[in-house]
Design a protein around this ligand. Structure first.
Ligand code: SF4
Length: 447
């Protein structure tokens, strides 16, 4: 069980010096317990206390980095069974499989799909994360050449797949600086693969034939000083794989350390049907894949998986929010319409998209409603005349337009009278309730 704030407080210096960014040691202890502060922020914790706190503060599932630089993927670090208990921490990585037995055209096509299938959604770039290079040919130089090619054609993280330590060593030679995931160790090769991982400071994946064997293998790696471990329980039927994921998460949350690592799953080894593979992958996004290796990428299956991942790994306590301010859309001028909306990201992107598609340039005022949508924010008293008027006055839109007409969302019609009282000199117009009607509304706009 994690330590409580009071238990942590007992281990702190209690000088209340404030150097950690909060005024008291107690406040810092509470922040640490809530996972909102880093232990390193206090420079005065004794080494003994640090050791105790680090051990206690470590998440039940280890956090593992794969790759280096901006595109490094962080997986694991999970602390709950269900998202609504707190949140899921680190989204699973999607990997595309490329084999050294494939011909050049196929390799190029897959690399093209890996690099090309990226999507902009609510201001975020959704994209896959890793390339899994598989050594099917058992030819070390061929494997090394393919790893080199992947490295040159993408700055992503790499998974090296072979059970032959000699082949893995050739792959590492080509991309050691990328800190590839070595997949993997098994009961027959664990000593040599562990040595490769230690020498090159790379994370290692371990594959077993059942959970018991898996626990023994991870214990052996841990004893050898390896901490960055990814686990594969070896199950390849849908039911068994699903059960194993649940058991692993439960065991880890109950502090069974040998299973406290992120998992790697292979939906493509459970079916030959690409659509079924996508469905199986979607199950692992929710329950509890750390890395999901797909046999190939197609836009129609990858995009829904990326969106599912985005939704499940969004913190339910913090709605996606857009920064408060004035957004100019399509090059507006002093005669352009001024529209108001909340800062719930989805609302912002729908409204701004509709203004853009209307081809009527406009000013969009985005009021901070703590990420709540228009109606929810209004019901919570965060998007009412008293709150909106000071924002409109302060944001400076009055200096940018001549007309002083403010278009409010249709759902805020009840606030129009109050707003006109609070904003002398402004005429408040009631806009559409539905974003889809904005283009037609704006076509009628007259300053
Ligand atoms: Fe307490 Fe350390 Fe923060 Fe100072 S820096 S207030 S000693 S926790």
């Amino acid at each position: 069980m994690p330590l409580t704030g009071i238990q942590i407080f007992k281990l702190l210096p209690k000088t209340n010096c404030g150097e950690c960014g909060v005024p008291t040691c107690l406040a810092f202890a509470m922040s640490l317990a809530a996972g909102k502060a880093e232990l390193s922020a206090c420079p005065y914790i004794s080494e003994e206390a640090k050791a105790q706190l680090s051990e206690a503060a470590a998440p039940p599932i280890a956090t593992v980095m794969i790759g280096a630089g901006d595109k490094a993927l962080k997986v694991g670090g999970e602390t709950v069974l269900f998202r609504h208990e707190k949140r899921f921490e680190n989204p699973p990585g999607f990997a595309i499989l490329i084999s050294d037995a494939m011909d050049e055209a196929e390799v190029n096509a897959r690399l093209g799909r890996f690099n090309g299938l990226q999507y902009e959604r609510i201001g975020l770039t959704l994209r896959p994360d890793l390339v899994a290079v598989k050594g099917d040919s058992e030819d070390a130089s061929r494997f090394e050449a393919l790893v080199n090619k992947v490295k040159q054609n993408s700055d992503c993280g790499i998974i090296l797949m072979s059970s032959n330590p000699g082949i893995l060593a050739a792959g590492i030679k080509a991309c050691a600086d990328r800190k590839p995931l070595i997949y993997g160790a098994n009961k027959d090769n664990i000593d040599s693969v562990a040595e490769l991982a230690k020498t090159n400071s790379c994370p290692v994946a371990v594959k077993a034939s059942n959970l018991e064997e898996l626990s023994q293998l991870t214990a052996k790696l841990t004893e050898a000083g390896i901490k960055d471990i990814i686990i594969d329980p070896g199950s390849r039927s849908l039911r068994q794989a699903f059960e194993d994921q649940i058991i692993i998460r439960n065991a880890a949350l109950n502090k069974f350390r040998p299973l406290g690592f992120p998992t790697i799953v292979f939906p493509g080894e459970m079916t030959d049907d690409p659509m079924k593979e996508a469905l199986i992958a979607s199950m692992f996004v929710a329950k509890y894949g750390g890395i999901i290796v797909l046999s190939d990428f197609q836009g129609e299956s990858l995009f829904p998986l990326l969106v599912e991942r985005l939704n499940i790994y969004t913190d339910p306590q913090r709605p996606l929010a857009t920064k408060e301010g004035i957004y100019d859309i399509g090059g507006p001028d002093e005669n352009s319409p001024v529209l108001l909306t909340s800062n719930f990201s989805l609302t912002y992107f729908i409204v701004s998209g509709e203004i853009e598609s209307s081809r009527v340039p406009g000013w969009l005022l985005v009021k901070d409603t703590e990420g709540l949508s228009v109606v929810t924010a209004w019901a919570a008293g965060k998007f009412v005349a008293d709150a909106i008027a000071p924002f409109v006055k302060k944001c400076g839109i009055g200096d940018r337009v001549k007309h002083h007409k403010l278009i409010i969302p249709g759902y805020l019609a009840v606030e129009s009278g109050g707003l006109e009282e609070e904003l002398p000199g402004w005429e408040v117009l009631i806009g559409p309730r539905d974003g889809a009607h904005i283009p037609a509304y704006l076509k009628e706009w007259k300053p």
